[in-house]
Design a protein around this ligand. Structure first.
Ligand code: B1M
Length: 219
């Protein structure tokens, strides 16, 4: 029964039926399904199918955009449940999708999870330059810069963020976290960032760990 409902969510997301997706996600919540399962096996699995079809030129940008809108409607229902506060950790993170990159669904999920952990988040949006990441961290006293990239052509911007942070003299005070589909641990190490995490939940856990570590250093 729950598998059927999750498939229905996935299929309607692929068709871009935002209103239906919203209703089905609400139904799944009402039936007691785990919000994380609804996210992964309903919404994200639908988005994966769209991604594969996009790659194979079976669907085009407009279809992907309406699927993304349906995804956002579904996430909207889950938001209060996914963001249920865990351990409160004082800390501030500036987050954005790197310059040249307009994908923001994953970045928004990471933001949601960070807020759920009690961290303050400065959302810089998409197409964020290395200067903006670094200047915001300085101006707003952020302990963490979190960069998301979905394109192999934009992930290199993350290295510029690391270099700018070094040049600005804040590298020992700020942790730089990276993520997004083309990013991995080897890339993170290569560019000298502090942590790669594969998903939003593990990004939030790592951010809390860093904030506690930095608070210990300054105490
Ligand atoms: Co684009 N797109 N897209 N796209 N798009 C991909 C990424 C692609 C893989 C599709 C494909 O070919 N299969 C491909 C990239 C290929 C590559 O570089 N290797 C691609 C391309 C090529 C493009 C364009 C160039 C297409 C074109 O115009 N010819 C263009 C680029 C525009 C630009 O950015 N300059 C483009 C445009 C678009 C849309 C605008 C139509 C739309 C974006 C809408 C939006 O975001 N508001 C779109 C979408 C939706 C996708 C796919 C289908 C889905 C991405 C997504 O939202 N996934 C995508 C294919 C795919 O990934 N299957 C594709 C769901 C999201 C929750 O996952 O963002 O990976 P993700 O986030 C995950 C993790 O990665 C992680 O947490 C999340 C899960 O918990 N994570 C982090 C993310 N950031 C993190 C940061 C962290 C830690 C974890 O720490 C800081």
């Amino acid at each position: 029964m729950s598998t059927e409902l999750l498939n229905e969510i996935s299929e309607n997301l692929q068709r871009g039926k935002a209103k239906v997706v919203k209703e089905l996600v609400q139904k799944a919540v009402d039936e007691g399904l785990d919000p994380d399962v609804i996210l992964r096996e309903g919404l994200l699995s639908g988005m994966d199918v769209i991604g594969e079809k996009f790659k194979a030129n079976e669907v085009y940008v407009p279809e992907v955009l309406i699927a993304a809108r349906a995804m956002n409607m579904g996430v909207g229902v889950l938001k209060p449940l996914l963001a249920e506060a865990g351990v409160k950790a004082a800390g501030k993170v500036c987050i954005g999708t790197v310059q040249g990159d307009l994908h923001d669904i994953g970045k928004n999920l990471v933001k949601l999870m960070l807020e759920g952990k009690g961290l303050e988040v400065v959302d810089l949006g998409t197409d964020v330059s290395p200067d903006t990441f670094v200047q915001t961290a300085i101006d707003q006293n952020c302990q963490i810069i979190a960069c998301s990239a979905l394109l192999t052509t934009t992930m290199g911007v993350m290295e510029e963020v690391v270099k700018k942070a070094e040049a600005a003299g804040i590298r020992d005070k700020v942790k730089i976290m990276v993520g997004g589909a083309p990013v991995d641990d080897a890339f993170c190490k290569k560019i000298g960032a502090d942590a790669y995490t594969p998903d939003a939940a593990s990004a939030a856990d790592k951010a809390v760990e860093f904030c506690l570590e930095l608070a210990g250093k300054s105490a």
